[in-house]
Ligand binder design. Structure first.
Ligand code: IDP
Ligand code: MG
Length: 152
């Protein structure tokens, strides 16, 4: 099992798409183990996107992510990191395939609705950043586990 960080970005919250986005992850069989809505401080967002700090779009990216509330979720499942990235689609929503979240719901490169961690290392770093408290992530067993994963 893997855990990954998903953010519903400010455009998703403003457009009332959080429920639809969460539904896609739930329906796929990913387990929600943490969730919060916050307007996150600039310093945290700069840390979150620190790999991009030399890129020209970094200031506008951090500004956009801090411009309104964001819903942060921790999702768990087998290969959760890659599965979430697949459901999200390509970064530029105009190029993202139909059937993906970005492909179905967005038209923008920057305002592309969702973030998902891109590796085990970034997932560990990002989950610690957005869910720092010891009790913020919940261990539980969904009654659908065997039917979703056929692990029995
Ligand atoms: P990802 O979100 O698909 O992992 P990254 O390359 O990690 O894409 O970029 C982080 C975020 O920065 C993107 O989701 C998007 O919001 C924004 N971004 C990336 N590249 C550009 C760009 O060339 N112009 C504007 N915004 C960009
Ligand atoms: Mg990325």
């Amino acid at each position: 099992m893997e855990r990954t960080l998903v953010l519903c970005k400010p455009d998703a919250v403003q457009r009332g798409l959080v429920g639809q986005i969460l539904t896609r992850f739930e329906q796929k069989g990913l387990k929600l183990v943490g969730m919060k809505l916050r307007q996150f401080p600039k310093e945290l967002l700069e840390q979150h996107y620190s790999d991009h700090k030399e890129r020209p779009f970094f200031p506008s990216l951090v500004g956009f992510m801090g411009s309104g509330p964001v819903v942060a979720m921790a999702l768990e499942g087998i290969d959760a990191i890659a599965v979430v990235r697949g459901l999200m689609g390509k970064t530029n929503a105009r190029e993202a395939a139909p059937g993906t979240i970005r492909g179905d719901l967005g038209m923008s490169f920057s305002n592309n609705l969702v973030h998902g961690s891109d590796s085990a290392e970034s997932a560990a770093k990002e989950l610690a950043l957005f869910f720092p408290g010891a009790d913020e992530l919940v261990d539980w067993t969904p009654c659908t586990l065997e039917w979703s994963y056929s692990v029995g």
